[in-house]
Design a protein around this ligand. Structure first.
Ligand code: FES
Ligand SMILES: [Fe+2]
Length: 347
């Protein structure tokens, strides 16, 4: 069960071209391509005649010609040509998904097209800021339900055990967590004071000695995360800290797209407030992050398997509070959406 009236990431912009391709979002098969004026088109990937996927057909005048009997659809999903007597059956239509390109990503709206509002796509303030550098990697395939990744991204503690060679430092094991609810989701956060920076950050920050460190783990509905890391010289951090001109900030954006109930496509990139044009730094950060996310992937795939095969009940810990509250609110939203859909169908 998924939240449908929401924007999900369908692909990196660079992944979609003039070739027809099938992508999977929330278990729905979608045919995606670019028209000659470079607009992305996303259509239900099933011809209404005999359900051959339209992605098995060919592009014709910016529409798609079915590869079996030639029914032809325009980019809005309307049939514009039919074989035989030439009459176009009124039901010869496929669903056209609203899409929008932003942040080098293709966003797709999986619910009622009338509710699709591009202004509700997540705001990323420093995306085009020339003073901020960016690094990114390919989308990753996770063999787990997307909520396991949401749990992971509301869990600052796991770095102590999963990312020992990169994001962990001694305080990540035990410092207390704070949970804040927002209109858009939850934040689990904590400051850790006067400690040696974790190995990944030690290579990057532009000051020597101990640091104060913020872990800000935020997940917004349906499954978008902002993980903000702040490293500042010891004595300048904390809730009332003054910070410092050498303060390092990294905003890690993470977008989980459920492909099925047990598979997830995971898109990510990071923005940093230092050395924006340093390509070697971007490359190193991308490689290190990719390596760390592989560590998450191994754990989450095995957790999915463990949960699927479980013979005894799971337990919850105090560290799970943010995750559990996020899941509860998301379930309520999904439930409300279904009730509304059912009541509309009933009328
Ligand atoms: S299956 Fe598409 S036209 Fe027949
Ligand atoms: Fe992780």
């Amino acid at each position: 069960m998924f939240l449908k009236n929401a924007w999900y990431v369908a692909a990196w912009s660079s992944e979609v071209d003039r070739d027809l391709q099938q992508i999977l979002v929330l278990g729905e098969k979608i045919c995606m391509y670019r028209s000659s004026d470079n607009e992305v088109v996303a259509l239900e990937d099933a011809c209404p005649h005999r359900k051959l996927p339209l992605s098995k057909g060919r592009i014709k005048n910016d529409g798609i010609e079915c590869g079996y009997h030639g029914l032809t659809f325009n980019g809005q999903g309307n049939c514009i040509w039919a074989p035989g007597d030439g009459n176009i059956p009124p039901k010869a239509k496929v669903h056209a998904y609203p899409v929008h390109e932003k942040y080098d990503l293709i966003w797709i709206w999986m619910g009622n097209p009338e509710l699709a509002d591009t202004s509700t796509i997540i705001d990323i303030p420093n995306f085009n800021n020339p003073e901020w550098g960016v690094n990114q990697g390919k989308a990753m395939e996770l063999n787990c339900n997307y909520l396991l990744m949401c749990d992971n991204l509301l869990d600052p503690t796991h770095v102590a055990w999963v990312h020992q060679s990169s994001f962990a430092q001694s305080a990540t094991k035990s410092a207390a967590l704070n949970v804040t609810q927002t209109d858009e989701g939850y934040i689990v956060h904590r400051w850790m004071m006067d400690a040696e920076p974790a190995p990944f950050y030690k290579k990057i920050v532009e000051f020597e000695g101990n640091c104060d460190r913020l872990q800000h783990y935020e997940v917004r509905y349906p499954a978008h995360a902002l993980i903000r890391a702040v490293f500042t010289p010891a004595g300048t951090g904390g809730v009332d800290g003054t910070l410092d001109e050498k303060t390092f900030v990294m905003d890690s954006y993470n977008f989980m797209t459920p492909t099925t109930e047990t598979q997830t496509r995971y898109y990510w990139f990071q923005l940093r407030n230092i050395r924006p044009d340093d390509q070697a730094l971007s490359k190193m950060m991308s490689e290190d992050v990719q390596h760390a996310f592989e560590e998450d992937r191994v754990i989450l795939n095995a957790v999915q398997q463990g949960l699927t095969e479980k013979k005894t009940a799971t337990i919850d810990l105090s560290i799970d509070s943010g995750q559990l509250r996020f899941r509860r609110q998301l379930s309520k939203k999904i439930e409300a959406e279904r009730e509304l859909e059912n009541s509309q169908e009933a009328h």
